[in-house]
Structures are given as structure tokens and as C-alpha cells.
Design a protein around this ligand. Structure first.
Ligand code: FES
Length: 142
């Protein structure tokens, strides 16, 4: 259960954001998508900011094969790219497998999973940030 966003009545935003359509995803070819939504802190609501970037992976026919990974490198936060050799972080050359497992380089852990689902053909994710630079995956609030 994600914490409620501050400043909003309960139930008004459960955090799910549409990032793509299911038919845009090809099996075995990751798709990069930006997560757009209102950014809320204790005082302000800033509509339609880029909250983050994800890689969407489709493993097969059904929506249950959908996975999403944060494109934020767990090392120091650069954007992870995808090449023919898999996921790579260009900043300090961390390599990740096709499923996001850390293989080589300074990244202290594998790519961070992001909650994802398909609703009426829409791919939705619940964006989350995780603490950089440590082996333990710790979710950051806000
Ligand atoms: Fe990705 Fe350093 S920020 S390897």
C-alpha cells in the first residue's frame, strides 16, 4: 500500500500513471517511457511534471508478463540506457542483464522494480524512488 500523497483527500490519487499502451510493447524489446503526473509536496501541486522514467518489459502474450524497471541507476542516479548488450548505465559503465540484474560495474544492486499493471489496454505504473548508492533497496518518500 503506497502512502497517501500529502495535501490530497484520501482516495483522490492512488499513484497509478498511464505510461504507454499495451500494444506498443513488443515481446523482448524494452520500451522506455516517462512517468508524467502532478508533483505534490506539503505546500504545492505542480501539474504534469516528469516524475521519472521506466523501462517496460513484455515477456509474452498476456499482461501478466509485464514488468517495469526504474531507469534511475542505483549507483548515482544516471539514466540507464538499453543497447544490444542489455541495460547499461553510461555514467560509470554498470551493466545489467535483460531482466535488470546487476552484472558488472559500480551499481550496488540490480535495477529497481516499479509496480506495473495493464488496465483496458493502458500500461500503468506506480512511480517510486529508491535510495542511491547502497545494496539495500530503500524506498524514498515523495
Ligand atoms: Fe550508473 Fe554510476 S550512475 S554507474
Amino acid at each position: 500500500n503506497a502512502p497517501r500523497l500529502p495535501g490530497r483527500p484520501p482516495g483522490s490519487d492512488d499513484g497509478w500513471r498511464t505510461v504507454a499502451r499495451w500494444e506498443q510493447l513488443a515481446v523482448g524489446t524494452p520500451l522506455q517511457a516517462h512517468v508524467i503526473g502532478a508533483e505534490v509536496d506539503a505546500w504545492n501541486v505542480s501539474p504534469d511534471r516528469r516524475l521519472g522514467t521506466v523501462w517496460l518489459l513484455r515477456g509474452g502474450d498476456g499482461p501478466e508478463t509485464l514488468r517495469a524497471l526504474s531507469a534511475v541507476c542505483p549507483h548515482l542516479g544516471c539514466l540507464i540506457d538499453h543497447t544490444e548488450r542489455g541495460f547499461v548505465c553510461p555514467c560509470h559503465n554498470s551493466d545489467f542483464s535483460a531482466r535488470g540484474a546487476a552484472l558488472r560495474g559500480p551499481s550496488p544492486r540490480s535495477m529497481d522494480p516499479i509496480e506495473a499493471r495493464v488496465r483496458d489496454g493502458r500500461v500503468e505504473v506506480r512511480w517510486a524512488r529508491f535510495r542511491l548508492g547502497g545494496a539495500e533497496r530503500i524506498r524514498e518518500e515523495g
